[in-house]
Design a protein around this ligand. Structure first.
Ligand code: PAF
Length: 298
């Protein structure tokens, strides 16, 4: 039998494919929807870790098709931030996506044509917390997420709760612009010692890695005090700041106790509460949080 007579192996319908062109991704998404397939979408900037993996695995369980985007979005980085040095690890990311059961990696080269002028503003939600030290960050996030959702047209889009402010911004974006997908918040995945998983953890030296643990420790302390009945935001904030300040290379950006939906400061913890910390450990900016639901009035 000659080579050309051999039966061709049938293509594996579940094989992971990589799509680069936005137009091709949009066409495929439309076709999948027409076929009645539900699409779960996990937007990322790559440098994937076990946190992303658990999000992709959840999307796998809840949808017929899982699309993961990998795109380091330039507009969400400010001057002097790590856009150029942000880890780009496509091959490892591809492996992780395959293992977690993704069907499509959407990896566009550029989502901003030279002539593109439309941006999405998110008002005061983008001006507080991380928005204070990163003034254009959430405008960049909202703009790229709007582009990605318009391209992929998912039924469900999945985001990690570690980026709590980002999740609030995206829920607002999807609601206000009628983008028509469910936004699913996924639990924070932690290292065994408590450090929240982040693509930026790889920047930390061993000594910084140890000091970074103070962030999750401060949040644990807060959880413990709240369970013990402490609802005074100032007292909790001071306690957390004290833990963080014990680390010589840790510089606090903020320790905030805010309403989990409006991001407004609280004096007393009540209802749905977000306790969020942002700090620089050496040169690496890290964020983490805990949330309380339905706290009764003190
Ligand atoms: O969370 C991220 O990785 C990014 O901010 C996102 C949502 C992919 C937008 O670039």
């Amino acid at each position: 039998m000659s080579q050309s007579d051999k039966p061709k192996p049938s293509p594996n319908p579940n094989a992971l494919i990589v799509v680069n062109a936005p137009e091709e991704m949009q066409r495929s998404a439309r076709n999948l929807s027409r076929e009645g397939k539900s699409i779960g979408f996990v937007p990322t900037m790559g440098a994937l870790h076990a946190g992303h993996q658990s999000v992709i695995e959840r999307a796998r369980k809840e949808n017929d098709i899982v699309v993961v985007s990998i795109y380091v979005n330039p507009t969400q980085f400010g001057p002097g931030e790590d856009f150029l040095s942000y880890p780009r690890t496509f091959e490892a990311d591809e492996e992780l996506c395959e293992e977690a059961g993704a069907n499509i990696i959407f990896s566009p080269e550029n989502l901003y044509d030279p002539g593109s002028r439309a941006f999405v503003e998110v008002g005061e939600l983008g001006d507080v917390l991380c928005g204070i030290s990163r003034p254009s960050h959430f405008r960049g996030v909202a703009t790229v997420v709007a582009k990605l959702l318009n391209i992929v047209r998912p039924d469900r889009a999945y985001f990690g709760k570690k980026d709590a402010q980002q999740l609030v911004v995206i829920r607002t974006l999807v609601r206000d612009l009628y983008l028509g997908c469910d936004v699913v918040g996924c639990e924070i995945v932690r290292e065994p010692d408590g450090l929240a998983m982040s693509s930026r953890n790889r920047y930390l030296s061993p000594a910084e890695r140890r000091q970074a643990l103070a962030i999750s420790k401060a949040l644990e302390y807060c959880k413990y005090r709240v369970a013990d009945g402490e609802h005074d935001a100032m007292k909790l904030m001071e306690g957390m700041a004290e833990i963080l300040q014990q680390q010589p290379n840790l510089e606090i950006d903020y320790v905030a106790l805010v309403n989990a939906d409006t991001l407004e400061d609280l004096r007393t913890l009540e209802g749905d509460v977000l306790v969020a910390i942002a700090a620089k450990v050496g040169a690496t900016r890290l964020i983490d949080n805990v949330q309380f639901r339905d706290l009764p009035p003190a």
